[in-house]
Design a protein around this ligand. Structure first.
Ligand code: GAP
Length: 536
């Protein structure tokens, strides 16, 4: 079962250290999030998997890491100064500001229809370069990593002597002053992209476009996304970006609905042409702005025809944050471990009912918080006992801590949820932040503790797997904690490991599989190989 709601995931991310709201102690900064100890590992693993698949495992790719700050002329010729705009409306009553295409004429905050006419708003952030801030010292924070690749096309070509077709891959931050950032890390103002610009001969572009769409669909499935939750969307001609001849978006079924995770565009010769001087000599097919500032012709010398040509570009452009979000949504599961009997569920249902009655009357929360709490709470009440684990999410929602009986509800729900359910992130082992948790069965049995710590040290010393040692609870509770953060293997050191009961078990441990919950006895000397095999 994928995540039942975005709130369930947001709550887990905060609780367990995946993702926190940005600058939270100062009231936050809208559209920014910080990746915590587990989030940074997941994100790095996803980026590494992408780099491995697209740079190391192919013969036709080079890597690049270009600067975020670029000469502003880049953005004039790329078309972003003119066209990277969203229509914006203001609500005259509550003074809030929205993207016109997100509101359908009604302010989502106060319900007023008293909105201004839409007007264009450029989404690029400006900053000053150098000590004097005047009209000549500004630069933009890049809104896409792609332009860093185009302006380096000639450098990479000269340095590597690549033949067409070949590509340049880059992972890096991008910034967009989104008018309405929303849906957790789905639409943010600072995010990361994984982009490829793949250069091909004109005429071969459509075939390469198809191949890249198929390739990228396959890769997302290898990262654990179900084919039922992925689909291709052919962007209609009137919605295409200014540079695109054709774009296929890959959509993922997030809890908020089908949304884009990656776009694969056929950018033709627009970009290399736009950034070139002497465009009239290049035989471009794209319409470009005349460029008198560039000092280069971004062409490729074709040894077959002995002529210079401007390659076409196929661009698979994926969001790291949207990728992490999709992977966590897909992996999320609230699974019953055994059936909860009605006499255990009833007191929780009663406590939830009184929580909702209290929320309806409370003067300590705003109208928006009240209706969100009641809507979610009633949905849970109607779906008990299956929805029992979602009470935790309900209690983490804004305003819930202001409802006095919330504590009682937590007290009633927690033991029942702990006994009858487990929250699991079924992450692919290669993406999981922690690969193995080493757990001593008894935390005050010195030989067991020493053995567990040594196993952790040895596994971690391989440099290929982040492990944790945890002795802070009973073994069942520790398993649950690791399930919730997606650790694929729990290694338990017990008295059998010491050979106390049966000499044949000496120096073996139990390895518990997160998904099947089955346990296997494995010799300590074979642990590394055992885990490595299952992490591929
Ligand atoms: N170079 C092409 C380009 O930037 P895009 O469709 O605007 O195309 C590519 O962006 C990907 O970047 C999107 O599919 C999405 O995954 C991610 N992305 C774009 N805007 C984003 C935002 N505000 N927050 C998070 N991710 C975003």
């Amino acid at each position: 079962m994928p995540a039942p709601s975005m709130d369930a995931l947001v709550s887990l991310c905060k609780r367990r250290g995946y993702i926190f709201p940005g600058s939270e102690i100062y009231g936050g900064l809208q559209g920014t999030y910080d990746y915590g100890p587990l989030g940074v590992e997941l994100k790095n693993n996803l980026k590494q998997a992408w780099w491995r698949a697209n740079v190391y495992e192919r013969d036709d790719m080079e890597g690049l890491d270009a600067a975020i700050l670029m000469n502003p002329l880049t953005w004039r010729y790329s078309g972003h100064e003119e066209t990277f705009v969203d229509p914006l409306v203001d609500c005259r009553d509550c003074k809030s500001r929205w993207r016109a295409d997100h509101v359908q004429g009604v302010c989502p905050k106060c319900g007023s229809k008293n909105l201004t006419e839409p007007r264009p708003f450029n989404m690029m952030f400006k900053t000053a370069v150098g000590p004097v801030a005047d009209e000549n010292s500004f630069a933009y924070l890049r809104p896409e990593t792609a332009q860093g690749i185009f302006v380096n096309f000639k450098n990479v070509l000269d340095a590597t002597s690549r033949k067409l077709p070949f590509g340049i891959a880059q992972i890096g931050k991008a910034f967009r002053n989104e008018i309405t950032p929303r849906n957790f890390i789905f639409r943010v103002r600072e995010f990361e992209q994984m982009e490829i610009e793949y250069f091909v001969r004109p005429g071969e572009d459509e075939e390469w476009h198809r191949r890249w769409v198929a390739d990228r669909m396959r890769w997302w499935q290898q990262m654990g996304l179900s084919p039922h939750n992925l689909k291709e969307y052919q962007v209609p001609a009137d919605e295409l970006a200014h540079y695109s001849k054709a774009t296929v978006d890959i959509f993922y079924r997030y809890p908020i609905g089908w949304e884009e995770i990656e776009g694969i565009a056929n950018r033709t010769d627009f970009d290399l042409g736009s950034h070139s001087r002497g465009q009239e000599t290049l035989g471009l097919t794209a319409r470009v702005k005349e460029n008198r500032d560039s000092i280069e012709k971004l062409t490729y010398f074709d040894h077959v025809t002995n002529q210079h040509l401007v390659p076409y570009v196929i661009e698979p452009s994926a969001g790291v944050d949207r990728g992490c979000l999709a992977i966590m949504c897909e992996a999320y599961d609230e699974a019953p471990v055994k059936e909860a009997p009605p006499e255990r569920v009833k007191p929780v249902a009663d406590a939830l009912g009184s929580f909702l009655r209290s929320a309806a009357k409370s003067e300590r929360i705003g109208e928006e918080q009240r209706s969100a709490l009641i809507e979610r709470g009633e949905a849970i009440l109607g779906d008990l006992p299956t929805a029992l684990p979602q009470i935790q999410t309900l209690l983490g929602m804004p305003g819930a801590d202001q409802i006095e009986v919330g504590k009682k509800l937590r007290g009633q729900a927690e033991p029942v949820v702990d006994e009858f359910f487990r929250t699991v992130l079924h992450l692919k082992p290669q993406l999981a932040p922690i690969k193995a948790a080493i757990l001593p069965l008894k935390r005050n049995a010195e030989p067991i503790v020493a053995c567990a710590k040594e196993i952790k040290r040895r596994l971690q010393a391989t440099g290929r797997m982040r492990c944790v040692y945890d002795d802070t609870g009973a073994i069942g509770k520790l398993y649950r904690r690791q399930d919730e953060i997606g650790t694929p293997f729990c290694i338990t050191v017990d008295f059998d490991t010491l050979g106390d009961k049966d000499a044949r078990d000496k120096d073996t441990v139990t390895v518990r599989d997160r998904d099947s919950m089955t346990q296997e006895r494995v010799p300590i000397s074979e642990l590394e190989e055992y885990l490595e095999e299952r992490m591929r």
